[in-house]
Design a protein around this ligand. Sequence first.
Ligand code: WTA
Length: 648
Amino acid sequence: MSEQTLSNLSREDRRFEPPAALAAGANVKEEAYARADADREAFWAEAAERLEWGQKWDQVLDWSNPPFAKWFVGGTLNASVNCVDRHVDAGNGDKVALHWVGEPEDDTRDITYAELKDLVSKAANALTDLGVQKGDRVAIYMPMIPEVVVAMLACARLGAPHTVVFGGFSADALASRITDCEAHVVITSDGGYRRGAASALKPAVDEAVAKTGDLVRHVLVVRRTGQDVDWDDARDVWWHDAVDAASSEHEPEMHDSEHPLYVMYTSGTTGKPKGILHTTGGYLTGTSFTHWEVFDLKPETDVYWCTADVGWVTGHSYMVYGPLANGATQVMYEGTPEKGRWWQIVQDYGVTIFYTAPTAIRTFMKQGREIPDSYDMSSLRLLGSVGEPINPEAYVWYREVIGGDRCPIVDTWWQTETGQIMISPLPGVTAGKPGSAMKALPGIAADVVDDEARSVGNGNGGYLVLKEPWPAMLRTLWGDDQRFKDTYWSRWEGLYFAGDGAKLDDDGDIWLLGRVDDVMNVSGHRLSTTEIESALVSHPKVAEAAVVGAADDTTGQAVCAFVILRDSAGDGGEDIVEELRKHVAKEIGAIAKPRQIMVVPELPKTRSGKIMRRLLKDVAEHREVGDVTTLADSTVMDLIKDKESSAP
Ligand code: WTA
């Protein structure tokens, strides 16, 4: 990592102290770090005590066969009981669990914990009638409707691991996941609403099921849009027939702490998706504890909203399992971010804690602050960010415009694999630095190391690793222990390799620099794509930027940037490219000056909002553009290629 790169990142000197009242009443205080360091297992055992167990564990952690961890060995519990029944039994049955907001205006539904318990019990009975038994896998392919939460919890209740496949994925993607985990039952809906129109889901399920031979025995279908669907009487069952008719009494079984809870597929660098396996006791401990800790949740008064789709791990850990285990009241929204709709929801429901992704924030920045400014968002008290590094400009905009300059921001680093938040400020303790995820949470051991696994020390960059097991860690890749070891544990003995580059600043705080495969090497200098993107976005005319390292005869790799201009910048003016190159040189140094900058109308993003740099690299290296099937909008690449061919 070049000196210049590091000093540029260290230059951020704005600090945001926790609000005094929040600090005074914070769920987790500074002493937690030392307490966890003194006895990590005791710390996590205390966190596990927050749950309801059938039988307590005999051993907190069994790490005798690394990297295969067992947490709360000998303990038994039921995740759905912890997320639902427990709150009803405690007298909170009338409390709203979900304020569900449909995409069509005025299509809303409030569901209390008591109602949720009945729904989950009915669904568990209906699934049992369809032949689902403990250990069977169930695939779920649904829009953001309450039934998806009910379906997940019903599976958890039965001990039938679910695999939720994002509703925007193709039939092929669904088929490969059904096949990989051998699911006999699929839960879906006729369709969902997207950008004002009904969009079908069932046809993709029909197509996927046809591709999987006779594996799938039943498809349980929620009627959401009322659109026409093809029907196979022997296989398809309407949710409203099966679930509504079922009994709302269901006696839950207590499952082993290490019983599989779900499999979530995530893309690797190459090849087929990896089925990340999460189990019950450790996962629920890790997610519920960190949700309470990082968001400083006060279940009696907070209204929490995580905007992630349930098809991603953030939806699993911080919309379903963490918040419901904590008895939170939350908002669940069916649609995508449209201009002022999110802020209308914040205003209408008095949302106090809001958790979203930097890509959404930058989109709102591009649209201008007039939109959020016209809503009353004074209920907000804490903001969260997840999924990618948040550049300082987006952080400050988020804080000022959405958070009214009073809400702390928790920039949370974690992965599908980690299950729970690992690196984040503590809102009542940490003075936030825009752009830094700060440090590992109490009970988590992270470090930044060099190629030889040596700690790089403050002021240096390297690879992010995790040094000790944690409760919600993935247990393996579904059906592939070897790939699990190879992918995460083989680079250095005893260390989990996260695949992210990071640096420690002079205070020892962690800055995430993007995936290591996105780190460029230009003339022997390591440059972070993230850092250059951040520099570009700090220019007043730029709304979004993506940077790739393209092969270059002279320098090894060269920096190629793709930028979207702000609406207010018009076409940017004649010299926009030179202006931006100079800006980057000024921000970081001449070495980082992009060789090429293309002004484009859109960037290629996956449905979870991640920029697909691989495709941009194809353009930058003048290759045929690769597979675009996982893009949210596959026509984006045509727009970009058109731009390129018309470039001088
Ligand atoms: C990136 C999402 C910087 C990182 C929860 C990680 C982040 C990958 C942050 C996991 C953050 C996530 N700052 N980078 N706060 N959060 N990432 O599995 O590269 O979809 O390895 O999990 O996203 O993405 P995943």
